[in-house]
Design a protein around this ligand. Structure first.
Ligand code: KMH
Ligand code: ZN
Length: 274
């Protein structure tokens, strides 16, 4: 089994300081949270950014400021800008996060439309997915294929068959939004992977660490962080993203899985360093 890549989703576009006061909005807060995750063992920072008042934005200027501030304190970390942004943003707006220097080595590619809580719909038509994939291929940005259910893996494979995605593919199974956060659902996704693919498992909400543990045991990689879960244990808010990453790293060590450095993660994922 390869070493374990821990990704930290430090901010997201949905959670607010009202939910956990440590959710980062300012550039300094983003850098602080990224460093806490990196110091605890995160090789990847999955990045959304906010304006100072907490409004989610895909503005490249804001991403540039945050990426530069993160690289000051975590010089070798892999930064993965989100191209999902927030529900309701246009495709063009969502892609603005990639218009930074250096060109991102790793980005998200959401592989289908899904219910995103009550009356919210996160729209990703096949045309959107293909256009995003084509741009990522042209710019040499490795996509992480975000799948909120198993059907999105099938959509990703359609896009792959059109030649718009390059081997080896890397998937992120996000449970607890549209598909239930159960080991059974995760297993179905993992059993459906094409040969040679790598994968990460994560869950939104109370099952985050259950799915992290399952992913560690099953040979996948893990994602934790405020975007997914605000609590270190039932009823206790996490003080930082670092605390969440530290818990995942401790579970991995107890289970005998070593943690990958950012450069080891690049090797595992076949990511070209900028
Ligand atoms: N905030 C969600 C609407 C991604 O980063 O690519 C989209 C999301 C997925 O978080
Ligand atoms: Zn995200």
């Amino acid at each position: 089994m390869s070493k374990l890549i821990i990704a930290a989703a430090i901010c997201g576009a949905e959670v607010m300081k009202e939910h956990n006061p440590a959710v980062p909005y300012t550039v300094q807060e983003v850098a602080r949270e990224a460093k806490s995750a990196y110091d605890a063992g995160a090789a990847v920072i999955h990045l959304h950014v906010r304006e100072d008042d907490g409004t989610p934005t895909q503005r490249h200027g804001r991403f540039q400021e945050c990426v530069s501030a993160i690289l000051e304190v975590c010089p070798d970390v892999i930064i993965q800008p989100s191209t999902g942004g927030a529900v309701g943003m246009s495709d063009l707006e969502r892609l603005d996060s990639t218009n930074i220097t250096p060109v991102p080595e790793f980005v998200t590619l959401d592989c289908g439309t899904c219910n995103f809580g009550y009356d919210e719909i996160f729209v990703n038509t096949e045309k959107t997915i293909e256009n995003f994939a084509r741009l990522m291929q042209e710019k040499g940005m490795k996509p992480e294929l975000e799948c909120f259910d198993k059907g999105m893996l099938d959509i990703a494979m359609k896009v792959y068959k059109k030649g718009l995605l390059d081997d080896p593919l890397h998937f992120d199974f996000v449970l607890g939004v549209q598909m239930a956060a159960t080991v059974r659902d995760l297993s179905f996704c993992v059993e459906s992977l094409p040969p040679g693919a790598t994968w990460t498992g994560c869950a939104i909400g109370k099952d985050a660490f259950k799915i992290a543990a399952a992913s560690i045991v099953m040979g996948g990689h893990v994602r934790v962080g405020f975007e997914d879960n605000l609590y270190i244990e039932k009823g206790v808010l996490a003080k930082s993203n670092g605390e969440l990453v530290d818990k995942a790293a401790k579970i991995a060590k107890l289970l005998g899985r070593q943690i990958a450095t950012p450069d080891e993660a690049r090797e595992i994922l076949h990511i070209r360093k900028r």
